[in-house]
Design a protein around this ligand. Structure first.
Ligand SMILES: Cc1cc2nc3c(=O)[nH]c(=O)nc-3n(C[C@H](O)[C@H](O)[C@H](O)COP(=O)(O)OP(=O)(O)OC[C@H]3O[C@@H](n4cnc5c(N)ncnc54)[C@H](O)[C@@H]3O)c2cc1C
Length: 421
C-alpha cells in the first residue's frame, strides 16, 4: 500500500506530489492523459509549437516562483501594454494598469480621458496596496466595481473590457471585482511571457522534480472510482489494476471532479484559440491587440504575433499568430470566416494567405470566478480524501499551484509530519 495517490498530473497534482515525495512519502500519480500538464500542454505541429489554447505565464505568481526554476524556462516576455484597433487606426497603450496615471499623459489616441485615468487609478490602486482578504471584503462584480470607481469612458469600453474578456474568459463583467484586481496586481508586478519550449515546460519541470523526489507518475491511468477500503483508500483504474494508499488527493479538472468525489460541478468559462501560420507578420509589434471599436464586434477578443516574443514557436521563416475567442457554454463556436474577417479588420491586413494550423476549443478553460470571491476552499473533503485544483482556489496557474500546496500541507499534517511553508 502506498502513502498517497494523487489523481491528476496538472499543475495542482504535480505540485502536491513534489511536496509529498520530498517528505519521503511513497506517492503515486495517476494521470488519464498521455502526458502530464492537463490544461498546460504543448504540441509540435509542422514545426510550430502550439499550446492547447493561448495562455501566458506571469512570473509574479508567488506559487510559481516557489515551484519552478523560472530561469530554466527561458521565458520570452510580452511587452507590457496593449494595442487597440480604433475607428481612427491603431493605438498603443504601454502601461494600461501598471502606471494608470502615466497613460493620460503619454497617450494621444483619445482613448483615455483625465477622468478615466483617475477612475482607473481609484479602481486599481487598492490592488497594489491591500491584501486579497481586504480586497474581497464587500466584493461586487467587476462591472459594478468599475461603475463605483466612475470608470465609464473608452478606457473601459475600448481597452479594459476587451483586454480582460480574454483573460477572464467572459465579457459581461460578471467576474469578481476582487479577483480582477488581484490579476491587475500580478500584471503590475510581473511581465507575462512563455517558455521557449511552450507552456508545457512548466508541468514537465514539476514532473521532473516529482520523479527526482521519488514519485511514480503513471500516464494513461484514468481513475474511475475512489472508495474506502479498510484503513485506507482504493482507486479503481480503467483497464488497469486498482491502486491502494492511505490517502487520496483528487486534483482533476472541473469536469471530472464530480464523478470522483460527488462535489458539485464547478462553473467554468471556455476559450477558443485559432493558430495561424504566416510568412509575413501583420505588424512588427509584439503587443497583444484587441478591438476597441465597441461591443458587438467579434468574435476575436485578442490576437498576437507569438513569434515576436517566442521565436521558437515557429520554424525559421514563418510566424505564428494566435487569435482568441470566447467559447460560451452551449453557445456556437466562432467560425473561420468570421475569425478571418475580424482579424483582417483588427490588423488592417490581408489575412487570406494565413494558413490555419489548428483550432483549440477548451470548454472548461477557467473556473468561473463570480462575486463575492470565496476564500480558497479547504482541501480536506472526507477522511483520507483531499481535493485540489484551480477550482478550489483562484482560476489561474497561481490558484492551481497554491491549491496543490494546500492539499500537500493538509496530508502532511494529517500524517503527523510537519508541513513545508
Ligand atoms: C486556453 C486557456 C488559457 C488559460 N490562460 C491562463 C492564463 O493566461 N493565466 C493563468 O494563470 N491561467 C490560465 N489558464 C488556466 C490554467 O491553465 C489552469 O488554471 C491550470 O493549468 C489548472 O491546473 P489544474 O492542475 O488545476 O487542472 P488541470 O490542468 O485541468 O489538470 C487536471 C488533470 O487531471 C487529469 N484527470 C482528469 N480526470 C482524471 C481521472 N479520472 N483520472 C486521472 N487523471 C484525470 C487531467 O487529464 C489533467 O491532466 C488558462 C487555461 C486555458 C485552458
Amino acid at each position: 500500500m502506498h502513502d498517497v495517490i494523487v489523481i491528476g498530473a496538472g499543475l495542482a497534482g504535480l505540485r502536491c506530489a513534489v511536496l509529498l515525495a520530498a517528505r519521503r512519502l511513497d506517492v503515486v500519480v495517476l494521470e488519464a492523459g498521455d502526458a502530464v500538464g492537463g490544461r498546460q500542454r504543448t504540441d509540435t505541429v509542422d514545426g510550430f509549437r502550439l499550446d492547447r489554447g493561448f495562455q501566458v505565464l506571469n512570473p509574479a505568481y508567488p506559487a510559481l516562483r516557489r515551484s519552478v526554476d523560472l530561469g530554466a524556462l527561458a521565458l520570452g516576455s510580452f511587452p507590457v501594454g496593449v494595442r487597440v484597433r480604433t475607428t481612427h487606426g491603431m493605438a498603443e497603450l504601454r502601461h494600461p494598469v501598471r502606471h494608470p496615471l502615466s497613460v493620460a499623459t503619454s497617450l494621444r489616441s483619445g482613448l483615455v480621458s483625465g477622468r478615466d485615468a483617475v477612475a482607473l487609478a481609484r479602481w486599481a490602486t487598492p490592488a497594489l496596496l491591500r491584501p486579497l482578504s481586504r480586497l474581497a471584503r464587500n466584493d461586487v462584480t467587476m462591472r459594478e466595481g468599475w461603475d463605483a470607481a466612475g470608470l465609464r469612458g473608452p478606457l473601459r469600453t475600448a481597452v479594459l473590457e476587451p483586454f480582460l474578456a480574454g483573460v477572464l474568459a467572459e465579457s459581461h463583467g460578471e467576474t469578481s471585482n476582487a479577483f480582477a484586481r488581484l490579476l491587475v496586481r500580478y500584471f503590475a508586478l510581473g511581465r507575462p511571457g512563455l517558455p521557449a519550449q511552450g507552456i508545457a515546460a512548466v508541468p514537465e519541470q514539476l514532473a521532473a522534480h516529482a520523479r527526482t523526489a521519488g514519485a511514480d507518475i503513471r500516464l494513461g491511468a484514468r481513475a474511475e472510482r475512489v472508495s474506502v477500503l479498510g484503513q485506507g483508500m482504493c482507486v479503481d483504474v480503467t483497464d488497469g489494476d486498482s491502486v491502494r494508499a492511505s490517502r487520496v488527493v483528487v486534483a482533476v479538472d472541473p469536469d471530472a471532479v464530480t464523478d470522483l468525489t460527488g462535489l458539485d460541478r464547478p462553473a467554468t468559462n471556455g476559450l477558443q484559440t485559432w493558430w495561424f501560420a504566416a510568412a509575413e507578420p501583420p505588424t512588427v509589434s509584439a503587443l497583444l491587440t484587441v478591438d476597441g471599436r465597441g461591443r458587438g464586434r467579434g468574435p476575436v477578443v485578442n490576437t498576437v504575433v507569438m513569434t515576436h516574443t517566442v521565436p521558437s514557436y515557429a520554424p525559421a521563416g514563418s510566424h505564428l499568430i494566435a487569435a482568441t475567442c470566447l467559447l460560451p457554454r452551449g453557445g456556437d463556436p466562432a467560425e473561420e470566416n468570421d475569425v478571418r474577417r475580424h482579424l483582417a479588420e483588427i490588423w488592417g491586413a490581408d489575412v487570406s494567405a494565413w494558413e490555419l494550423i489548428r483550432r483549440d476549443d477548451v470548454v472548461d478553460a477557467l473556473p468561473a470566478q463570480p462575486a463575492p470571491l470565496s476564500a480558497p476552499r479547504s482541501p480536506r473533503y472526507a477522511e483520507r480524501l483531499y481535493v485540489a485544483g484551480d477550482h478550489r482556489d483562484t482560476a489561474s496557474i497561481q490558484g492551481a499551484l497554491a491549491s496543490g500546496e494546500r492539499a500537500a500541507r493538509a496530508v502532511l499534517t494529517d500524517e503527523g509530519r510537519s508541513s513545508p511553508r
